[in-house]
Write a protein that binds this ligand. Structure first.
Ligand code: BF8
Length: 676
């Protein structure tokens, strides 16, 4: 009995091998520290718990109490007709499609509810109900107002005058809020897409009506006994995904930019080594910048710095995990502490005096890890609490935002003295540049007065830049941390594909030193290296957080508008990728990229493989309808080359498959042309 018990315990103690679970040295080092301290992390749990094979294939249905109905592919593959069905008769296609669009609903809801919170704070600020927030970017306010159909000028005595900015701001807030639940009409930002794209959506009947409705309708259609046609289910999935990318996410990005400032290139650093032993470390983790903006403001106050010094620290070091990190990085240069999979490790350094979390991508296990240290784990959002009793909940409210932020920062400072003897901060950190977006790319390519995407288009046409890769998304403990991200991006830039990045891919690339202009000479093909050197940009452009994937959609639209590369996003030599995805948000993003005309490849796995007919629909037939389609490729190099092959296919269709320089016509040439 004792032997059996011992064996069981030995089995439960199976630990992750740091070298096989991450390419990052700081992460390897911290996993070793965790093992020494007998603290379990996600890496260990991924070794001890295998994923469910049926769920992985997308063919487990638990939408009613007669199930779960499990329909895995037969071991030897399908032989003859596919006769698998659930108790109600649902086919693998119906089940996989239902599950897939429920993931879209989850992802779209997360992004869009984030957007709604920002819109609420925006409206409060516009109505002057709070002192903490003020409109920072009035130029963007006016531009966004136009897209929402709001007048930006007024006629006074026959004269056209600029309308009062405060009035415009209130109307922008109200109109934006309406986008979540209006009774009539369609999503206003749908018309920001190239005209050809909008026409395709119209023809396919997928222009969103309002953001919330599309998500609710997915939940209805996937209830037992409603929509049982995978094509019709995907139609709704497409409509909800567009409502995310061109709606909830885009509103979040735009309103955040107006409120907190549109990002412009900023220097910073990335990886756990940004934490400082002799300073108060506050780690911001989550997604909504409404609170983290306040924490940044408060941490920079002299009174707080003095208070930290009075407690024996040299000052306050802020850093971030996940997309809150990307938000405060792109606007303030706050360094990145790490990716999604490094969140537990930040606490295990023993130097994290407070970790402040809001919503999304936050491990519940943080509370268990925090119990082993002095770290204060603080939840701040009414919809995201934790059951463990060591977690502090300080609910954030925009009406007393500064007070809330001060309370949190003070708590962290007071906690500095409680650190244990063992502080272990890995030394690894890399320099980086972040803060690219539609506006800053335009500025970089042409300056304040002549900013335009034509320079980019010219370099794509002449072949120095082969194409554009949007590489985004999470880490996933089922695959080697950061390996897919880094290998795919390196292979793309080696082949002259410029990369636009967001989310945890951006953090992974930063940790690898790919977000510096200098990296172009080391990693890029000659064409892209030349462009980066001339313009002074990195070959991998950090475009922000995951809601900021909307920046990639708008940048692609600008490329279309600049001319010479077709009339729609689907004409562009471009491809999307999420090498290590794991969240429902990633599925929603993947699908709005596909619905916007982009070939999109995911790594790790995709929960559609158990329904081959449905998979073919997404991977092949979608291209005929939308110009974009899904793909799955686990091998990073093959993954990058599938993207490159698609880029080459598009170059050929545009007639730019052979590198050529634009011929500059001088005056004598003109005379010759005139004489001919
Ligand atoms: O929204 S990339 S792990 S942090 S879900 Fe989460 Fe994925 Fe990171 Fe940001 Ni996006």
């Amino acid at each position: 009995m004792t032997v059996e018990k011992d064996t069981k315990q030995a089995k439960a103690k199976k630990l992750a091998d740091p070298k096989t679970c991450t390419i990052d040295l700081a992460t390897q080092e911290m996993i070793n520290v965790a093992h020494k301290l007998d603290i379990e992390t996600v890496f260990d749990r991924a070794v001890t718990m295998k994923p469910c094979n049926i769920g992985t294939q997308g063919t487990c249905c638990k939408n009613c109490g007669m199930g779960p109905c499990r329909l895995p592919l037969p071991k030897g593959g399908l032989d003859g007709e596919d006769e698998r069905k659930g108790l109600c008769g649902a086919t693998p296609n119906t089940i996989a499609a239902r599950n897939f669009i429920r993931m879209i609903a989850g992802g779209a809801a997360a992004h869009s509810d984030h957007g709604r919170s920002v819109a609420e704070v925006f409206l409060s600020a516009a109505r002057k109900e709070t002192d903490a927030y003020k409109i920072k970017d009035t130029r963007k306010l006016v531009e966004v107002a136009k897209h929402l159909g709001i007048d930006t000028v007024v006629e006074v005595n026959g004269e056209t005058l600029d309308r009062d900015l405060d009035e415009i701001a209130v109307e922008v807030g109200e109109k934006a809020m309406n986008e979540w639940g209006k009774a009539d009409g369609e999503l206003l930002f749908a018309k920001r897409a190239p005209e050809e794209r909008y026409k395709i959506w119209k023809k396919m009947g997928v222009v969103p009506r309002n953001i919330d409705r599309e998500i609710v309708e997915i939940m209805h259609r996937t209830h037992i006994g409603v929509d049982q046609d995978y094509k019709n289910l995907m139609k709704q999935g497409t409509r909800a995904a567009i409502a995310d990318g061109w709606g909830g996410s885009m509103l979040a990005t735009e309103l955040q930019d107006i409120l907190f400032g549109t990002p412009y290139p900023v220097a910073s650093e990335a990886n756990l080594g940004v934490m400082k032993e002799d300073m108060v470390n506050i780690v911001i983790h989550g997604h909504e910048p409404v609170l983290s903006e306040m924490i940044v403001a408060v941490a920079q106050m002299k009174e707080m710095d003095d208070y930290a010094k009075s407690k024996g620290a040299k000052g306050i070091q802020l850093s971030g995990i996940c997309c809150s990190a990307n938000e405060v990085l792109q606007r303030h240069g706050v360094p990145l502490c790490g990716t999604f999979l490094q969140q537990e490790l930040a606490i295990i350094t023993g130097a994290c005096d407070a970790m402040v979390v809001d919503i999304q991508c936050i491990f519940q296990n943080l509370a268990n890890v925090a119990k082993c240290f002095h770290t204060k784990l603080i939840t701040t959002h009414p919809i995201a609490k934790m059951e463990q009793n060591n977690v502090l909940h300080i609910e954030f409210d925009e009406h007393h935002a500064l007070e809330d932020a001060k309370r949190i920062v003070k708590l962290a400072i007071d906690n500095y003295k409680n650190r244990g003897a063992e502080v272990m901060i890995p030394k690894q950190k890399s320099p980086m540049i972040a803060g690219f977006g539609v506006e800053s790319i335009k500025y970089h390519l042409g300056g304040t007065f002549r900013g335009s995407y034509s320079t980019l288009n010219d370099n794509i046409i002449n072949g120095r830049i082969r194409g554009i890769g949007g590489v985004v998304g999470c880490n996933n403990a089922r695959t080697k941390h950061n390996q897919g991200h880094v290998e795919i991006v390196k292979e793309l830039i080696k082949n002259d594909v410029i990369v636009l990045t967001t989310g945890c891919n951006a953090i992974a690339c930063a940790m690898e030193g790919l977000l510096t202009p200098e990296s172009a000479a080391v990693f890029c093909g000659p064409g892209l290296a030349e462009v980066c050197e001339t313009v002074g940009i990195p070959p991998v452009l950090h475009m922000g957080s995951c809601v900021d994937n909307s920046r990639i959609l708008l940048a692609a639209t600008e490329v279309v508008k600049a001319g010479g590369l077709g009339t729609d996003i689907s004409d562009l030599p471009a491809a999307g990728s999420a090498p290590e995805w794991m969240s429902e948000k990633a599925i929603s993003i993947g699908h709005y990229f596909v619905a916007s005309g982009v070939y999109t490849v995911f790594g790790v796995t995709l929960p559609v493989t158990g329904a081959p007919v449905f998979q073919k629909y997404l991977f092949e037939e979608f291209e005929k309808m939308y110009g974009g389609m899904w793909d799955l490729e686990i091998d990073p190099i093959k993954h990058a080359h599938k993207m490159i092959a698609h880029i080459d296919k598009k170059r050929k269709a545009l007639g730019i498959d052979r590198a050529r320089d634009r011929i500059l016509v001088d005056m004598s040439d003109r005379r010759d042309i005139g004489a001919a």
